[in-house]
Design a protein around this ligand. Structure first.
Ligand code: GLN
Ligand code: ZN
Length: 772
């Protein structure tokens, strides 16, 4: 294929880069500052060094235009709140006393004031701080951070492009401040917000910005006509400003849909669109509106949120098509590279052949630069890169890692019957009742008990070779013994082993499944200074041997009460990993489900009569646009049922979900055909119980009566009153008593008292039941 010379101006750019540094320097500096071990000046200096080295890396890789303002001490949406002066009243004193401490007070709260709420950034695993707005919000421009970072980059000789959260997305991500009516719509503040953006844009122009990027990912979601009108108005107003920088409006994570014609017509100078598979519709939609004649199109052809190398020929074909649709076409990642780890070359434990399939942020910038060169100067100038890329893709496609015939044959032979329990729910429930002999309102926990410092030390010592496997396992057995003894004494009905052997609910299984890779340095920001290292689901998945059975069996040997087997479900295994992009997600989920199905079978054979398959990510993985949801729920449900469908009637399957808002997926939850579900409910005062009831949910459920997100101990009376609320929605025969989620982040003292209170509450409310 040949690219036309018309692309001579094609440039390489990105929207954002990992903030943490190669050795997570930012995390260390910020946490050090919180603890008083690092001065404010030292923190600022570390941040400046990181920005400088990021821009250096980008420029060295051949990126022509570097982002500024994407850096953050905590979160870029919080930075935007500061930029527009949207500081909640309760944080004003802290901000007045000192900008940096005030900023961290909004992020983390203080002894006296609660922080801003945190929630997921679209369908990524990054979390932002939710702006709190109300009819009385007064915006005021503070362009200091944006202008400062722009000036730094200019002084270093770069061509910077400030990146801002766009005004429409900012308002759509906001929620009513405490005390403001719940139906208040922040978008009604648009006309008040636009002058503030105008002022910031003016400041950036004055400071030397030629282009400014306004990110509007909220426009890839289903939007009402009123919201689309707001977007139209926002860019009509900003576009009409005198003496403004050129405006690039960016979207990512999905296609723009109805918002595309709106933005294409807007008087801005360019659009950035996602052209990866997730947003496949953008290409046709752009052609349908007649392209962007005379404007700049930034083409996100390199996937910014997954870790696989790009397919150069495919990208060049897309770019070639786009050349005919815009005045100028530039090359970029589909979204900020914030969502991928920094550098694949730092990985020493991954087979060098497999490493060639992986591209983290640093590798992606090189891909973008190569594609831009190919587009600008003709593909003959990147012939060697093309050949190497073709060879790497072929090696991946032909590898035994990605194609295990045994796994494929088994997945191909799966029938609907495999996902169907032998008897319908009502019959099973009777068999389980007879087999388990539990009281009404049975008590249980969600799985994990406190991950103590001793447990983490034991794991570190094992890794460092200071203790051997036998020594480590001895400590795990001791812990299980303690956890079991406590639960028996507290009078809990269905026990757990406490998951002391698990570092993380996904990683623990990924480490034991063939087809998964672990990284050593693949850190990705989850929120603030919290970074996670998602495993890479690289190939066909199989389970060489049982993963959890001996711990569950050991725990069961210590008690006559039932001990729950405890597994992470297939949807969550995918959602919290980097997943392969060379086959449909549903195919990958089916392979994981078959491996887990074998584990479920082994647990049952080892005597487990209750097995829990956690799916906390089921809700959050729901596609951004409603049009994609049915297909997602179909494969997600199939995978869960395949995992659990092979057990006997009397074996009780539990599932667990958290992170609220289940109202719109109750049917999907019912379709899982689990026998019991536990859900987060304490903070919403059992809202979810009422939602289940409203949908006629027929199964057993345990809406949480103990909020595990804080060290606060609920009194027995408080738990009992939540339980009574639960009884208003769900009959006693089907109601369980449990905390909201696992206890791994809690300490022992509060856990002990809280669970004792939970058991006391169950006893009190049982005694109030008519039958007693
Ligand atoms: N079983 C897991 C635990 O208790 C569930 C965790 C979760 O829902 N995130 O830790
Ligand atoms: Zn949970």
């Amino acid at each position: 294929m040949t690219a036309k010379p018309a692309a001579a101006a094609a440039r390489a750019t990105v929207y954002g880069y990992p903030r943490q540094g190669q050795h997570r320097e930012l995390k260390k500096a910020v946490e050090g500052y919180w603890k008083g071990r690092v001065t404010a000046d030292a923190l600022l200096e570390t941040a400046k060094d990181l920005r400088r080295s990021n821009w250096r890396q980008l420029a060295d890789a051949g990126i022509h235009e570097v982002p500024t303002g994407d850096f953050s001490y905590y979160d870029h949406v919080l930075d935007t709140s500061v930029m527009v002066g949207a500081v909640p009243d309760r944080h004003r004193a802290a901000v007045a006393a000192g900008a940096l401490d005030g900023y961290f007070a909004m992020a983390r709260g203080t002894q006296d004031v609660a922080p801003l709420e945190m929630t997921k950034w679209f369908d990524t695993n990054y979390h932002y701080l939710v702006p709190e707005l109300g009819p009385d919000t007064v915006f005021a421009a503070d362009s200091g951070k944006q202008v400062g970072e722009l000036a730094e980059a200019l002084a270093l000789g770069h061509t910077p492009r400030p990146v801002l959260v766009g005004p429409v997305t900012y308002l759509l991500l906001a929620k009513p401040a405490p005390g403001v009516a719940a139906d208040f719509e922040p978008l009604t503040l648009l006309d008040r917000l636009l002058p503030v953006y105008a002022e910031v844009l003016g400041d950036l122009r004055a400071a030397g910005a030629e282009w400014v990027q306004l990110d509007e990912p909220a426009l890839v979601q289903d939007r009402t006509p009123a919201e689309l009108n707001a977007a139209e108005r926002a860019y009509r107003v900003l576009g009409a400003l005198a003496d403004r920088p050129k405006l690039l409006v960016a979207s990512y994570f999905d296609q723009l849909g109805e918002a595309l014609p709106v933005l294409a017509k807007a008087p801005v100078d360019g659009l950035a669109l996602d052209f990866t598979e997730a947003a496949a519709g953008n290409l046709d939609a752009l052609a349908a509106v007649g392209g962007l004649p005379g404007k700049r199109l930034v083409a996100g052809v390199v996937n910014g949120r997954n870790v696989w190398i790009n397919d150069y020929e495919k990208s060049l074909a897309t770019l070639g098509t786009l050349l005919g649709l815009a005045g100028r076409v530039d090359v970029a990642a589909s979204c900020s590279l914030l969502h991928v780890p920094l550098d694949a070359a730092a990985e020493r434990d991954i087979d060098p052949q497999v490493l060639r399939w992986l591209a983290f942020a640093k590798q992606k910038t090189a891909e973008i630069a190569t594609l831009a060169r190919g587009l600008a100067q003709g593909t003959h100038t990147i012939a060697a890169d093309l050949a190497a890329n073709r060879a790497d893709l072929a090696s991946r496609a032909g590898s035994a890692i990605t194609h295990d015939p045994a796994v494929r044959d088994r997945a191909a032979a799966v029938t609907d019957a495999a996902g169907r329990r032998a008897a319908p729910y009502a019959e099973r429930a009777a068999a389980q009742r007879a087999h388990l002999g539990l009281p009404l309102l049975p008590t249980t926990t969600i799985g994990s008990f406190p991950q103590t410092a001793e447990l983490r030390t034991a794991r570190a010592e094992l890794r460092a070779g200071r203790i051997d496997t036998a020594g480590y396992e001895e400590r795990i057995r001791n812990e299980i013994r303690d956890v079991l003894a406590f639960q028996e004494k507290a009078g809990i009905d269905v026990l757990v082993h406490g998951e002391p052997e698990r570092n993380d609910m996904v990683q623990y299984f990924a480490e034991q499944l063939v087809g998964y890779l672990a990284t050593q340095h693949g850190w990705v920001q989850s929120y603030g200074t919290r970074y996670v290292r998602p495993p890479v689901l690289a190939g066909d998945i199989s389970r060489p041997e049982p993963m959890t059975v001996r711990w569950t069996r050991y725990a069961q040997s210590l008690t006559d009460r039932p001990v729950k087997g405890m597994l992470t479900g297939p949807v969550t295994m995918l959602a919290w990993s980097f997943v392969r992009d060379d086959q449909p997600l549903g195919d990958t989920a089916r392979q994981v489900a078959l491996a887990l199905r074998d584990e479920v079978g082994d647990l049952e054979a080892a005597g487990a009569s209750v097995i829990q398959v956690d799916e906390p990510a089921l809700r959050e993985t729901l596609p951004l646009r409603a049009a994609g949801r049915a297909a997602y729920l179909a494969w997600a449900t199939e995978a869960f049922r395949l995992t659990t469908g092979g057990v006997r009637d009397r074996t009780q399957i539990h599932t667990h979900m958290c992170y609220a808002e289940f109202g719109d997926i109750v049917q999907a939850i019912d379709d899982l055909d689990a026998d019991v579900i536990s859900l987060e409910a304490a903070r919403s005062h059992m809202q979810v119980a009422r939602e289940l009831a409203a949908h006629g949910y027929p199964r057993e459920a345990g809406p949480g009566v103990y909020d595990i997100h804080s060290p606060r101990v609920p009194s027995a009376e408080e738990a009992a009153s939540l339980l009574r609320k639960g009884l208003d929605a769900i009959p006693a025969e089907r109601l369980w008593v449990n905390p909201d989620c696992g206890l791994k982040t809690r300490g022992w003292p509060e856990t002990r008292t809280s669970l004792e209170n939970l058991v006391a509450a169950a006893r009190t409310v049982r005694a109030e039941l008519p039958s007693s």
